[in-house]
Design a protein around this ligand. Structure first.
Ligand SMILES: *Cc1c(COP(=O)(O)O)cnc(C)c1O
Length: 863
């Protein structure tokens, strides 16, 4: 009989880290109480204390001595009981006795049968739930304890191995009124039980296996027909991509079960995919919530009234193996596919994706133990080769877009296709339920692709982030709760900056102490014999003088830059000038050589066409090492797609042409991109260049280029300068005969500069609020050109003002004139407020234009 007046259950699940400290249990108590206050009944499902399951697993698998391990596990729990203010002998006596018997006395411990292993594994949750229940009782909660095995019964499936029948079981979870009534009588309104464990048909224990605690909570939710199942974790919820890889990834506030299932299966680790089925069958809502940020709302997974078509998430899985099978004549034969799949089955391999054409069938195999540890692929190949031509392609990465209504989105995905178009796509697979679209490419090609694709999905509208019900804040915005770079120099100069911005309109302000500090950091790296400043980053005379005083030379890319230097630093010796132009006219080389600057060339053609210019000179040679890197596609300056550098395969031709003209190649140079995060990149470039220098003979200088990054975003780590210095010092020690040069631009000046601009208008349109500024892409083009992220701060409104999200745009008649999307600014932001754009010292003013005939920004120096 249904008694609708009975309060509904809410199931709260907490994992290992949430049950391993006293404050965490206080949180559990508070959360349970707030659900009770809502008028619900509460069941808490817990994992074992952190680390305990692994200890028990080691025992169960016979990897360690059980007696020793018993002592360790017992001590760990005694100590924890003590920190909870409980007497270990009181609460834990019987539990520890059971564990001791199992581990130290039970004769089964010698042969470790599966039923014994299950019992051993179950002890972690039994211990943690007993401790927690007792602790919460001492805190005044009427907390009852339930043995999960009395309520969850393992289900035997026909094809299961003995191992999975005991250690990776599914459970009966159909809603059962009578059972629920009994449960209510036993538990009252507040109870605690164990995740991970259930009752085996033989009366013993069975384990749910991986993701077991989430799945237990889901089973209990279904059994009790709960109002909802709350999975408490230490992340804010599910995201549209892995936020560690894509800081712009959005919190997914709302999903239906099928989408969540797909996302959990293809990427997100926050919720085990097995846990979704039981809740979907019983139409129960799941919420993923953050223990350290309980009010955030998290991810709500439930049936949705209104379907919003679009990509909700993108993920990448590595270690995918493809098997491509080419027909050898017997294609249309009845039963060919059956024959193929029979062989996969015989080798215990399960197929995930399938693509087929007239003459080829390609399938993907998910990574499994089996695949990496045995020669199963070889055996499969030789087996298959009797009926078709086989090729194994590995390692591959599967990149999956998940979301409802993908088919209706295909027209918006053209830029996404284009991104893939540069790589070889081995297999494309669209699921028949219109929920997922998967591309399989070589693993190496997939590096760095997810952030690009994620940005592309947003730009094209395929990922409809304006749907606020579904897409929450980005990971970056969540991090921004802490103020980015609290120690930035401009925080101490706000009054002065407001004055400058108010008086002069759009203004760049440069802080010379910051430039000096960065220069000193590079001067401290002893492996360098020369340091050139790439002046295209910022050619303000005060900055040039500061760096000249710090001992830097200058890397110039045009004759005008050289002349600018000579105007402002008339005493600078030409030997401190490095000229590295790209596709410059002949006259610029002539002038630079006549001046006595060091000139770098990067192709054979210049020597062939203009022999008189170069004959008998010493030159540096810029090489394309065949790869590149950087913060954006447009700043990658190495690789076949880039216009820079001599193709390494033409080195021989270059050296011959140089010899014929009596040219000495005295330096080798590579600059492969800008804003490169990996500190080992330069050590790699350095050693590759040395390898080439050894072949040429006359080389004295190795120039490893610039490209050092700065942390633009709040979550970016500062560049690991120490790691960088160490990596190159090692090489320098081994090859002391080469002098080493570097030529950074950004690193020296980016953080030293800010752009000040004033608010013109604040406008709301179709649900988007925009702050307009009197400077846009004309003053700072990096956001439009490179999707660059710059901090944006309102200096005129007090810190601590209530915030809202705005798109920040400029005054230029271009839809790309955006300085930042979805930025938090004071709600009260209004006309004439002075806005600061942070880290604008590099590639700001030097790339500014007079587009729309707007004036160039004013410049100001802080000494
Ligand atoms: C632009 C440039 C640099 C400086 O790059 P950053 O990323 O600003 O350090 C160095 N060398 C050459 C040849 C360049 O063109």
């Amino acid at each position: 009989m249904t008694t609708t007046s009975d309060p509904q259950w809410v199931v709260l699940k907490f994992g290992g880290t949430s049950v391993s400290r006293r404050e965490r249990w206080d949180t559990i108590g508070r959360l349970a109480q707030s659900r009770l206050d809502e008028g619900k009944r509460v069941l808490v499902v817990v994992s074992a204390v952190s680390g305990v399951t692994n200890l028990l697993l080691a025992v169960a698998e016979g990897a360690v001595d059980p007696v020793e391990h018993y002592a360790q596990i017992a001590a760990l729990h005694r100590e924890f009981a003590h920190s909870l203010g409980l007497s270990a002998d009181g609460v834990l006596a019987t539990r520890l006795k059971t564990l001791q018997e199992l581990l130290c006395e039970d004769p089964r411990a010698a042969v470790r049968p599966l039923d014994w292993q299950a019992e051993v594994l179950a002890q972690g949750e039994l211990l943690s739930s007993s401790l927690g229940a007792e602790y919460l009782r001492t805190q005044g909660y009427d907390m009852r304890w339930a043995d999960a095995r009395d309520w969850l019964t393992a289900l035997e499936l026909p094809n299961q191995s003995d191992w999975s029948k005991r250690l990776s079981v599914n459970c009966l979870h159909a809603h059962d009124e009578a059972k629920v009534a009994r449960f209510g009588n036993a538990i009252g309104h507040l109870g605690i039980t164990q995740g991970f464990i259930s009752r085996h048909a033989d009366g013993g224990t069975a384990i749910l296996g991986r993701g077991g605690s989430d799945t237990s909570a889901a089973y209990f939710g279904a059994l009790l027909k709960a109002d909802r199942v709350e999975i408490w974790t230490d992340v804010p919820g599910m995201f549209s991509a892995n936020p560690r890889e894509v800081p712009e990834a959005r919190l997914l506030s709302r999903l239906d079960h099928a989408e969540a299932q797909e996302i959990a299966t293809t990427g997100a680790k926050v919720l085990h995919p097995r846990a979704i089925g039981p809740c979907r069958d019983a139409d129960i809502e799941i919420r993923i919530l953050d223990t350290s940020n309980p009010d955030l709302g998290g991810t709500r997974i439930s049936r949705m009234q209104k379907l919003v078509p679009g990509v909700k998430a993108i993920s990448r899985r590595n270690g995918i193996v493809l098997v491509s099978m080419e027909s050898i004549g017997m294609w249309q034969q009845v039963g060919f596919l059956a024959d193929i799949f029979e062989r996969f089955k015989a080798h215990g391999l399960s197929v995930d994706l399938i693509g087929s054409s007239e003459t080829n069938v390609t399938v993907s195999l998910d990574p499994s133990e089996n695949l990496v540890s045995t020669d199963v692929l070889e055996r499969l190949s030789s087996d298959l080769s009797t009926i078709c031509k086989v090729k194994v392609i590995a390692p591959c990465a599967a990149i999956t877009l998940v979301g409802r209504g993908m088919r209706s989105m295909l027209h918006k995905l053209s830029d996404v296709w284009a991104t893939f178009g540069r790589e070889r796509v081995h297999l494309i697979s669209q699921s028949s339920n219109d929920l997922n679209l998967t591309f399989v490419i070589d693993e190496a090609d997939a590096d760095g692709m997810i952030p690009l694709l994620h940005a592309e999905l947003i730009r094209s509208g395929a990922m409809p982030i304006r749907e606020r019900e579904i897409f929450g804040p980005s990971w970056r915005q969540l991090l921004q709760a802490r103020p980015p770079k609290p120690d930035a120099w401009w925080r101490a100069e706000q009054a002065r900056l407001i004055d400058i911005g108010t008086q002069h309109g759009p203004s760049y302000v440069y802080h010379l102490p910051t430039v000096r500090e960065r220069a000193a950091q590079l001067n401290a790296i002893k492996a360098f014999d020369a340091r050139y400043y790439a002046m295209k980053a910022n050619s303000n005379p005060a900055i040039l003088k500061t760096l000249a005083q710090a001992g830097f030379g200058f890397e110039c890319v045009s004759l005008d830059e050289i002349e600018h230097l000579q105007t402002h630093l008339p005493d600078l010796s030409p030997t401190r000038i490095l000229f590295t132009p790209s596709f410059a006219p002949r006259s610029e080389y002539e002038r630079a050589l006549a001046l006595g600057a060091t000139v770098t060339v990067d192709n054979v053609e210049v020597l062939e066409r203009w022999p008189a210019v170069f004959k008998e000179r010493s030159l540096w040679l810029r090489i394309d090492l065949g790869h590149g890197d950087g913060h954006h596609e447009k700043v990658v300056t190495g690789g076949a797609a880039s216009k820079f550098g001599l193709d390494i395969t033409r080195l021989g031709a270059f050296v011959r042409a140089a010899r014929a003209l009596n040219i000495r190649v005295t330096g080798l140079h590579a600059h492969l991109g800008s804003g490169i995060e990996s500190p080992t990149h330069w050590a790699q470039v350095y050693s590759e260049l040395i390898g080439i220098a050894e072949q040429i003979g006359s080389v004295e200088w190795i120039d490893m280029g610039g490209g050092l990054p700065i942390p633009y975003t709040p979550d970016a780590e500062p560049f690991d300068l120490a790691g960088f210095a160490e990596a190159i010092a090692g090489i320098k020690d081994s090859f002391p005969r080469y002098k080493l040069a570097c030529e950074p631009g950004r690193f020296l000046v980016a953080e030293a500069g800010v752009l000040l601009t004033r608010v013109t208008q604040v406008v709301h349109k179709s649900g988007v609020a925009r702050v307009g500024l009197d400077a846009g892409m004309n003053a700072l083009i990096r956001p439009s050109l490179y999707d660059a992220w710059h901090g944006i701060h309102n200096l005129s409104k007090p810190a601590g003002s209530a915030l809202a999200e705005f798109d920040v745009v400029g005054p230029i008649c271009e839809s790309g004139d955006v300085l930042g999307n979805d930025r938090e600014l004071p709600i009260s932001t209004s006309e004439n407020d002075v806005i600061l754009i942070a880290d604008a010292g590099a590639y700001g003013m030097t790339m500014a234009s007079r587009y729309n005939m707007r004036a160039l920004p004013h410049e100001e120096i802080i000494e």
